[in-house]
Write a protein that binds this ligand. Sequence first.
Ligand code: GLC
Ligand code: MG
Length: 433
Amino acid sequence: MTGTEEAVIGLNWGLNIMDRLNSSPRLMLVSDLDHTMVDHHDPENSSLFRFNALWEAHYRQDSLLVFSTGRSPTLYKQLRKEKPMITPDIAIMSVGTEITYGKSMVPDDGWVQFLNYKWDKNIVIEETSKFPELKHQAETEQRPHKVSFYVQKDKAQSVTQALSKVLEGRGLDVKIIYSGGIDLDVLPKGAGKGQALAYLLKKFETEGKPPLNTLACGDSGNDAELFSIPGVYGVMVSNAQEELLQWHSQNAKDNPKILHASERCASGIIQAIGHFKLGPNLSPRDVSDIGREGSSPGLEIVNTGLLLEKWRRAEIENTELFIAGLKATVLPSGVCIHPSGADYSLEEYINMFRKVYGDQQGKQFRTWVDDVLATQLGSDAWLMKFRKWELCGEERKGCYVTSILSKKDSDWFTLVHLHQTWMEHSGQDEWFL
Ligand code: GLC
Ligand code: MG
């Protein structure tokens, strides 16, 4: 039995991924964060917002979202506060040395044990201190199975070679990865983003639920391994780093399953979904005329949020017809509980929309929904559970939402109940809708 198999057998998902997926995930999307999912050169985060809407509308219910980042849990959580990101099912952090499940980030202890093989952090620290070219990264980025430095591009190769030799001589089995033309990570040989992905795929297989398709997305050196896992589709976003493109031309040039996208970051991911025909690739944000006949409860929730955003940004016309259209999609006597605790009828709730038309015009106002999950209650009713966010400039407000949608007497969904609760540490606003 190999170490990986042993770790797999001790499995502890730590959450209900398996409860949600009653069969194989349709798509397992594994994405790097910095300069792949998140475009640090786009202050409006437009490609991220496009991706979020696509995922929540068409994939959340039966697919798996995995973020795979070089960041430690500390810097990962910081990024989540800075950028409008949705919540992944699985987070792989610290360059594939830490795996956690779900919103509450339950660690995979089996993976940690597996990484101890031929690894001794103290020896790594002792030996690397003899290389003056290596500059220590911040303390938060030094992890139990990851020791990280900065090193100049022209020194990277020689340092890597010399260090490998020394550590091997001390009985360790390590992997040294150079990323972003600056970062050098020393990890156990069995670690890394690719190994972590292989481990997860094995786990799903053990459960009899291997993903139907897997798409890996990246931009830099530490992502290269993701593209060498057998059977996996890959996209290098248009803005990929030289070291990744070089790896590709030397190792995977003829692999038709790897695409170098012509679009940046999350837009490149959407492009790859279309290119490889992995499922819907039209983001609800790219649809100018939002129809009322949403084909799924998830799409309905995403579209309703987008309508409200457009209304407040004055991107749709202020007409009584619009209000009447909204009223036609709610049960007038249904209940709306505002996050402040006040309650209204759904008819009153819709009436409140008149007051906020255009109140965010010309501002950096965006909304998004996260973790939209539907539970079917009967042949024509769904209990929806999700989180809803508003971003205005730097300020964020968020609430937990549960609602009931029904499709009883019409072709479209009717909202029959809405209950919202402020998220802790969130800004609050009586005009939050
Ligand atoms: C992230 C981590 C850093 C690592 C780099 C490349 O920036 O914070 O420690 O070296 O990714 O993997
Ligand atoms: Mg990156």
